[in-house]
Design a binder for this molecule. Structure first.
Ligand code: GLP
Length: 239
């Protein structure tokens, strides 16, 4: 695992976007695993700038997002599909049919999880998987637990995640479940790029740096990946 500590959110975002841009330059047909949340917003802004400057072409790129609330309509302004359209897809030349987010409104979430995992397998999993991390060490929505799921599945959200994310659901209760790639779906990516910014992520980063792998802190499974880069800002690294 390579760890890079940069000054602040802006530097972290530029460095993260550069790795994604390089991946697409090396392989214009790359499969990008994408993430939502406040952390990657800056990366998407830099990618849009690079696209506008003619430095990156998304026309042959395919994307697979990590997770989605369930139940939620894709058109809901708090859905991860909506987030991706707003922050990236509508701002670059990616083909809509090449973008994939689990369907949070599926009538049968278990069947949707199976469909999504089969889709990932058919694409050969991500060439590069972008990750943020939850305050409790979750990746995607793989929450701390006695056991973790390998493949895409429906999961209840923990109190910590409900508390962290409910600020976005100002006018209603947030969904209490989500569809998420599993640990193996994530670890099958050829390369992983995890970004962490701010003091609230320090505990999770500190656990990762301790070097012990625990299902109670899912980020620590990244220690098993042969090509994982972690970019933190100083606040996340130092606490
Ligand atoms: C969310 C997402 C994760 C994300 C994490 C951190 O709930 N499911 O994929 O990495 O929590 O979010 P943020 O970047 O907003 O702190």
């Amino acid at each position: 695992m390579k760890i890079q500590v940069l000054k602040d959110y802006g530097e972290m975002s530029r460095a993260g976007a550069e790795i994604i841009a390089e991946t697409v330059r090396d392989n214009p047909r790359a499969v990008l695993g994408l993430a939502t949340g406040a952390t990657p917003e800056g990366v998407y802004d830099v990618l849009v700038e690079k696209y506008a400057a003619g430095e990156i072409d998304f026309s042959e790129v395919t994307t697979v997002n990590l997770d989605e609330y369930c139940p939620i309509e894709p058109s809901d302004d708090q859905s991860y599909r909506y987030f991706m359209e707003k922050h990236l897809f509508s701002r670059v030349n990616i083909r809509p049919e090449n973008t994939n987010v689990p369907m949070g409104n599926a009538a049968d979430p278990a069947a949707e999880a199976k469909r999504y995992e089969e889709l990932l397998a058919s694409l050969g999993y991500a060439d590069l998987q972008l990750l943020g991390v939850g305050q409790n060490g979750h990746i995607g929505f793989n929450e701390p637990a006695a056991a973790l799921f390998a493949e895409t599945h429906l999961t209840p959200l923990t109190e910590s995640t409900l508390a962290a994310n409910s600020i976005y659901f100002t006018d209603r209760a947030m969904p209490t479940e989500a569809l998420t790639m599993g640990m193996a779906s994530i670890l099958r990516a050829k390369r992983i790029l995890l970004l962490a910014s701010g003091k609230s992520k320090h505990a999770a980063i500190a656990r990762l740096l301790e070097g012990e792998i625990s299902t109670e802190c899912p980020i620590t499974f990244l220690l098993l990946h042969p090509n994982c880069t972690v970019i933190c800002d100083r606040a996340a690294y130092e606490g």
